[in-house]
Design a protein around this ligand. Structure first.
Ligand SMILES: Cc1ncc(COP(=O)(O)O)c(C=O)c1O
Length: 393
């Protein structure tokens, strides 16, 4: 009698390990062997969740708010999210446009599964957040990766964008501020995309997970500010980064009410609902004082300035100053080695865990991603190690 299992779904082959997890595993193994590793691979704030948020969750639990709630989320939170979007983007959405989800990743999965069909073409940023490409493949769609250009602060290469945009394009994915580059898509590029999209039946999904982590006092341009395109646009955001809540798992999407009605059933039959007490915690996060968020962003800005200036002092590295998120994406092309090779070398020889640019797509070749969501002390030590490691090449 054979003991092998029946076959798995072929769709599963589309899913690959995410670079950050793979590097973290390898780094952890080296640590168990006694090596001291500096971690620059992890994409989560190193600050605690603000105390008022945690207290609100505890209080909700004590009140017995431990049961199912509506699949689209609790009404006060949906209303509050809509109000926040209206205030920051000068738009007019309501709770009927909002679905709360158990993470930004769930919001992305729900959004893409709700609008894509086999064979549809999807334009996406490359380098880009790896979940986009995995889901494009998982849903049997055709990826159309568009390179981001270092010289324009990692905005799209609009010439290639235009060449790839056609009647077959079913979805355009935007991510600004971006993981992995920290770059922001320029307003004129967003306007150009708007002009292309408005003549078609194509969707835009704008992932603005880093919407609150912005530097230099700028107001970043958001595709979701284009009210006239709301019938074709889905906004994805969440609280993992803003409130340092990565382990709580809560996010949301904002979309046309007609789509939200369908997403209600999608959530009903997949996750059921997002944890009730977590939603009350986020509600407090949105209504309560914002000083913790401001403090965190200020600290990130200080670290960004330090990291960029120190990296640019290393011979062979060229690093742009990103205006959002907590990543830098230095150019290491002058070393004439693949990004994977350099990242691996720095982990094994210098004890610095970071990600190679190709973990985010083929156009990430020649770059590394460094997350500066770690202490100044670690940043100083890690950059010193990188410098020594690269000088030895
Ligand atoms: C661009 C982007 N979108 C979405 C997410 C998902 O965030 P979460 O699932 O923690 O809400 C992340 C997380 O790293 C991200 O970088």
């Amino acid at each position: 009698m054979k003991n092998s299992s029946p076959p798995f779904s072929k769709q599963l082959d589309a899913l690959k390990a995410e670079g950050a997890y793979a590097v973290l595993n390898k780094a952890t193994k080296l640590e168990t062997e006694g090596k001291k590793i500096i971690h620059f691979e992890i994409g989560q704030p190193d600050f605690p969740t603000p105390q008022n948020i945690t207290s609100a969750a505890i209080s909700a639990l004590k009140k017995g708010l431990t049961k199912y709630n509506a699949p689209l989320g609790i009404m006060p939170l949906r209303r509050r999210i809509a109000q926040g979007l209206n205030e920051t983007k000068n738009i007019s959405v309501s709770e009927n446009n909002i679905a709360v989800t158990p993470s930004g990743k769930t919001a992305i999965f729900v959004a893409m599964s709700s609008i894509l069909e086999k064979g549809d073409e999807v334009i996406h940023p490359d380098p880009g957040f790896p979940t986009y490409r995995s889901l494009i493949d998982f849903l049997s769609c055709k990826p159309k990766p568009i390179p981001l250009l270092e010289e324009t602060g990692f905005s799209f290469d609009m010439k290639i964008f235009k060449k790839n945009f056609s009647k077959k394009t079913k979805l355009v994915i935007l991510n600004s501020p971006s993981n992995p580059t920290g770059g922001i898509i320029k307003l004129e590029d967003l306007e150009e995309i708007r002009e292309m999209v408005k003549k078609t039946n194509c969707w835009v999904m704008t992932d603005e997970m880093y919407s609150k982590i912005i530097y230099d006092g700028i107001k970043y341009p958001s595709f979701y500010s284009f009210k006239s395109l709301h019938h074709q646009t889905i906004l994805v955001d969440g609280f993992s980064k803003t409130f340092s809540m990565t382990g709580w798992r809560i996010g949301y999407l904002s979309a046309p009410a007609s789509l939200i009605e369908k997403i209600d059933y999608f959530l009903t039959h997949t996750v059921g609902c997002t944890a009730t007490f977590t939603q009350y915690a986020v509600l407090e996060g949105l209504n309560g004082p914002q000083n913790q968020v401001k403090k965190m962003v200020k600290e990130f800005e200080k670290r960004r300035n330090f990291v960029v200036s120190e990296l640019n002092k290393i011979k062979g590295i060229k690093c742009q100053i990103p205006q959002g998120a907590f990543y830098v994406f230095p150019n290491i092309k002058s070393f004439k080695k693949s990004s994977k090779w350099i990242a691996n070398y720095l982990l094994e020889e210098a004890g610095v865990a970071l990600l190679d640019g190709t973990s985010f797509g083929k156009y990430g070749e020649g770059y590394l991603r460094i997350s500066y969501a770690t202490s100044m002390e670690n940043l100083k030590e890690g950059i010193d190690r990188i410098k020594k490691g690269l000088n030895n090449l």
